[in-house]
Design a protein around this ligand. Structure first.
Ligand SMILES: Cc1cc2nc3c(=O)[nH]c(=O)nc-3n(C[C@H](O)[C@H](O)[C@H](O)COP(=O)(O)OP(=O)(O)OC[C@H]3O[C@@H](n4cnc5c(N)ncnc54)[C@H](O)[C@@H]3O)c2cc1C
Length: 283
């Protein structure tokens, strides 16, 4: 690993000043479970590391019935599995985090790191997107908000500009039911070959709102809008479910790699979307 400077600011303004001074030559370190591997492998060679773990402004989880949930970017995967308001109101996040890595990694790895790493297979991206998540991004002059639908630009590329930090994630109050289905060769300690998150909000047997987001099958976590449109304002019966699952599979553009062929991934999108919708549509 190339030598680098290390900074450990105590406040958000201090961290943002450092980031601005370094003008893209520094990387922030949250849990380090993605960053350190990339640095060791030589994929990233920043001149400096800015450790953000001590920033109080990036910590904590609050919930309000009207406002919804706000969680700091430093919320760990372990926090997702154990925090009562998350388990009670957004159980899909606890479920998805429980499928990730190991207990040890989950104690370090953060929600912010999972999103900012911008891997197409990031397990938290699909569930946070179907829940309608917004990224609150801090910079030297204040904050800006960006829907997670617009946060990912390509593999390893997020909408964060040099000098910006992900401060927190906001979720609106939950509506309907949500599930995340992950397909990977190993049951544990494996990244997704396909991940599908589905949310269905039904009123009097009809779908008021549907969200379908696909992971690991496109350069970015992909919202399957046409599949959602087939479901919304309709009865979610087997026919509609099959149609939506087919449309979702057609929407993705997976790659072939050692972990799964493009054909397999596309097929699994269809299977998992159908499975998720069937589970949620059941009366
Ligand atoms: C053994 C192992 C198993 C794993 N299993 C899974 C898995 O099943 N599913 C999965 O999705 N991932 C998995 N991962 C990847 C990783 O653990 C997660 O992506 C984790 O959530 C990353 O969080 P972190 O805090 O460690 O990020 P870091 O490594 O600290 O940061 C990742 C990137 O995001 C940037 N960053 C971090 N926080 C911020 C912020 N607040 N603002 C701006 N930029 C920021 C960093 O500069 C870096 O570029 C695994 C990793 C390992 C080593």
């Amino acid at each position: 690993m190339k030598p680098f400077d290390h900074y450990s600011p105590k406040t958000l303004p201090e961290a943002l000043d450092l980031l601005a001074q370094m003008n893209g030559r520094a990387r922030v370190n949250a849990g380090g479970t993605d960053l350190m591997l990339k640095m060791k492998a030589g994929f990233l060679q920043p001149e400096a590391i800015i450790n953000i773990k001590r920033l109080p402004e990036l910590k904590g989880v609050t919930y309000d019935e009207t406002a919804g949930l706000t969680m700091g970017a430093l919320t760990t995967l372990r926090d997702l599995t154990r925090t009562a308001v998350i388990r009670d109101h957004y159980p899909v996040l606890a479920q998805a985090a429980g499928l990730m890595a190991s207990e040890q990694i989950r104690s370090f790895a953060t929600v912010g790191g999972n999103l900012c790493n911008a891997s197409p297979s990031a397990d938290l991206a699909p569930p946070l997107m179907v829940l309608g998540g917004t990224a609150v991004i801090a910079h030297q002059n204040g904050v800006r908000e960006l829907s997670l639908d617009d946060f990912f630009l390509g593999p390893g590329q997020s909408a964060l500009k040099p000098g910006e930090l992900l401060k927190e994630i906001h979720l609106p109050p939950p509506t309907g039911q949500t599930v995340y289905l992950k397909q990977s060769p190993r049951a544990y300690m494996d990244i997704a070959v396909v991940g599908v998150a589905v949310r269905l909000h039904q009123v009097n047997g009809r779908c008021r709102e549907a969200r379908v987001v696909l992971g690991a099958v496109a350069p970015i976590p992909l919202r399957a809008r046409e599949a959602e449109a087939v479901l919304e304002e309709n009865l979610v019966d087997n026919g509609r479910i099959a149609q939506a699952a087919q449309i979702a599979a057609d929407a993705c553009t997976p790659i072939d790699d050692v972990r799964g062929s493009a054909w397999y991934r596309q097929r699994m999108v269809q299977v998992l979307t159908r499975r998720g919708l069937t589970a949620l549509a059941a009366p």
